[in-house]
Design a protein around this ligand. Structure first.
Ligand code: SAM
Length: 231
């Protein structure tokens, strides 16, 4: 019999934001898999490290930390590594930072495995909730709408969509910080924007975007444009 695959959201960083269900599954499976950079530690693994035991097999799914989406071959290789464990009849928990299906690696693995294996998704606290909590600002209320947008988009697309938004979360700031600053400034949104880094972690930071004086942002950062009502 084939094993069962769990896509387990482990939250935005604070281990206390792990769900009880995620913890139960992590403790019960034979194999723990997680995305990891080619060099350095896996953030998803670090979040749950205190609950891992030597009895579980660990499978690191290596993703190159180069700008832009990983290639199909990289996802195929990761899916194959999970399939190898499942074909041995072992249950696998694939850890995902935040929520597995919110800009998550697991969203790319799911269609590659869904027809062959039994899969259960365990939702996690996403960076979306962690960011508004860190800023202590409501994201949206009443009839307001929220735009969630990756900073990787071109300047024109960012500008057009942000111009029409009540409130917005700009993900994946990283090396796109300067471009985002230009767009926010040209739309007179700088004063409403908050910069949020490593939300939910002790070393996390929340700053008015206008006070950000560095060129590139770390990977785990985003900008929140509060709606006018909450600004
Ligand atoms: C590939 S997406 C993964 C999102 C994740 N699956 C989730 O549910 O939040 C990575 C982006 O999410 C955002 N992010 C994730 N965790 C974060 C955190 N703790 N603080 C700030 N931003 C975070 C950053 O914009 C980062 O570039």
């Amino acid at each position: 019999m084939k094993g069962r695959l769990y896509g387990v959201g482990v939250g935005p960083g604070d281990p206390e934001l792990l769900t009880l269900k995620a913890l139960r599954i992590i403790k019960s499976v034979a194999v723990i898999a997680y995305p990891a950079p080619e060099e350095g530690a896996s953030f998803a693994r670090a979040i749950v490290a205190r609950w891992l035991s030597a009895n579980e097999r660990e499978v690191a799914l290596l993703f190159p930390m180069r700008p832009g989406p990983a290639s199909d071959a990289v996802y195929e290789r990761a899916a194959d590594a999970l399939a190898a464990e499942l074909d041995r009849g072992l249950d696998v928990a694939c850890l995902c930072e935040g929520d597995p299906l919110f800009y998550g690696t697991f969203g790319r693995l799911l269609p590659r495995l869904a027809t062959r294996y039994e899969i259960e998704i365990v939702p996690g606290v996403s960076s979306l909730g962690a960011a508004s909590a860190a800023a202590a600002l409501p994201l949206v209320q009443g009839e307001e709408t929220l735009l969630v947008i990756p900073a990787t988009l071109g300047e024109k697309a960012l500008s057009a969509r942000l111009a029409a938004a009540d409130a917005a979360l700009i993900m994946k700031l990283g090396r796109h910080l300067e471009k985002v600053r230009r767009v926010l400034s040209s739309l007179s949104l700088l004063e409403r924007a908050i910069y949020i880094e490593r939300a939910s972690l002790e070393e996390g930071r929340v700053l008015p975007f206008s006070a950000v004086d560095f060129g590139d942002a770390p990977y785990f950062s985003m900008a929140l444009i509060a709606s006018r009502e909450h600004h």
